[in-house]
Design a protein around this ligand. Structure first.
Ligand SMILES: Nc1ncnc2c1ncn2[C@@H]1O[C@H](COP(=O)(O)OP(=O)(O)OP(=O)(O)O)[C@@H](O)[C@H]1O
Length: 349
């Protein structure tokens, strides 16, 4: 791996070693992914050249403020964007290009290859169906098994996600379960088709701290036992620091810093990451979550400035920042996009 290798407009996928473990081929290879929407005559540049790799059995956290493109980049992998979204770049799962697959092809893969767990289990579950029936249905959507067999498998999944009293809960409705229990059920449904990649999109955000830790421990355990790859999407850097092996920090639809977790937190380089670390979380009633708030205006994805998008809010910005800094591997395994990186002394201050 040569330091100072830059990804500019044309990444060279074969040379990229983002998060390299040197233990075989990556499961997921995302290259220069771009997503644009046109809404009410306005173009929104939601993802602006995202590149990363993910290996089986590893957890990658994608962190950043609200609106930085975390969810859109994940939904792209699941084929869950509106058909009018404009996509470019590449996202290969086990060597197969996902961009451009038909809805039918995508439906076959969704759940089976890649599954997703969202923030609000109350909204994702069917309130009129018993828990067991919902998991059984998810199993039968992907495999031709008898109803009895699927029922037994569903119960086994409830045990796998360590739901207390699974036999009883199997016959209950979502409203009879706590938020943490409902999230365990959502994870069981996500696991119904043995996915190799699980995307947890703010999956613990609406839970209390103790339940959040329990669900994260469960994800970690499943990741190890099933050798599953996990993408953890969160605005919470603390969560990323505690559970993920690698972290990507996104700003305005771009990766701005990437490193193995310990490197990122011990040697933070991006002023934006440092600001996120120092931000005092504020309660956002709409998101039911404590969100980090950084001084200054979040970027307008309809008209991003030339150069570094964080420039208007950055304490270290100079005229040089009007030129986009390349996202490059400046130290072994540590990538960032900044002309004026934070020093270790500043980072520790
Ligand atoms: N269907 C859509 N049409 C138009 N704009 C969209 C659509 N979906 C997302 N966006 C916009 O894309 C940008 C990125 O959104 P995204 O949900 O990926 O952010 P995020 O980092 O996941 O933040 P959050 O944690 O708030 O979900 C936002 O400005 C959002 O409004």
């Amino acid at each position: 791996m040569s330091p100072d290798r830059a990804i500019t407009t044309e990444p060279e996928p074969d040379e990229l070693h983002l998060g390299a473990t040197d233990t075989g081929a990556p499961l997921l290879e995302v290259d220069d992914l771009r997503v644009r929407f046109t809404a009410h005559g306005r173009r929104v540049h939601a993802v602006n050249g995202l590149t990363y790799r993910l290996w089986p059995g590893r957890m990658l956290a994608i962190v950043g403020e609200s609106g930085s493109g975390k969810s859109v980049s994940a939904r792209t992998l699941m084929g869950l964007l509106p058909p009018t979204a404009e996509l470019s770049g590449s996202a290969r799962f086990d060597g197969v290009e996902l961009l451009g697959l038909s809805e039918r092809e995508m439906r076959g893969r969704r759940g089976a290859d890649i599954a997703m767990v969202f923030q609000d289990p109350a909204r994702s579950l069917n309130p009129t169906m018993r828990i067991g029936a919902q998991i059984t249905e998810a199993i039968r959507a992907h495999a031709q098994v008898s109803k009895d067999q699927a029922g037994q498998d569903a119960l086994e999944l409830l045990r796998l996600v360590r739901l207390a009293a699974p036999e009883r809960r199997f016959h209950e409705y979502p409203h009879q379960l706590s938020g943490g229990m409902r999230q365990r059920v959502m994870i069981a449904i996500a696991l119904a088709a043995n996915p190799r990649l699980l995307i947890a999109d703010e999956a613990t955000t609406s839970l209390d701290v103790t339940t959040q830790a329990q669900i994260m421990e469960l994800l970690l355990d499943l990741q190890r036992r099933l050798n599953m790859a996990v993408v953890l999407i969160s605005h919470d850097l603390g969560l990323a620091a505690s559970y993920a092996e690698d972290v990507i920090v996104m700003y305005a639809g771009r990766a701005v810093e990437y490193a193995p977790t310990s490197t990122l937190f011990e040697h933070v380089r991006m002023p934006y990451t440092r600001a996120l670390l120092g931000a005092v979380p504020v309660l956002d009633r709409e998101a039911h979550a404590l969100l980090p708030v950084i001084p200054g205006q979040p970027p307008d994805l309809g008209s991003l400035p030339d150069g570094c998008a964080f420039r208007p809010r950055c304490p270290a910005a100079t005229d040089e920042c009007a030129q986009a800094p390349p996202f490059a591997e400046h130290e072994p395994g540590h990538w960032w996009a900044c002309w004026h990186p934070v020093t270790d002394e500043e980072g520790a201050a």
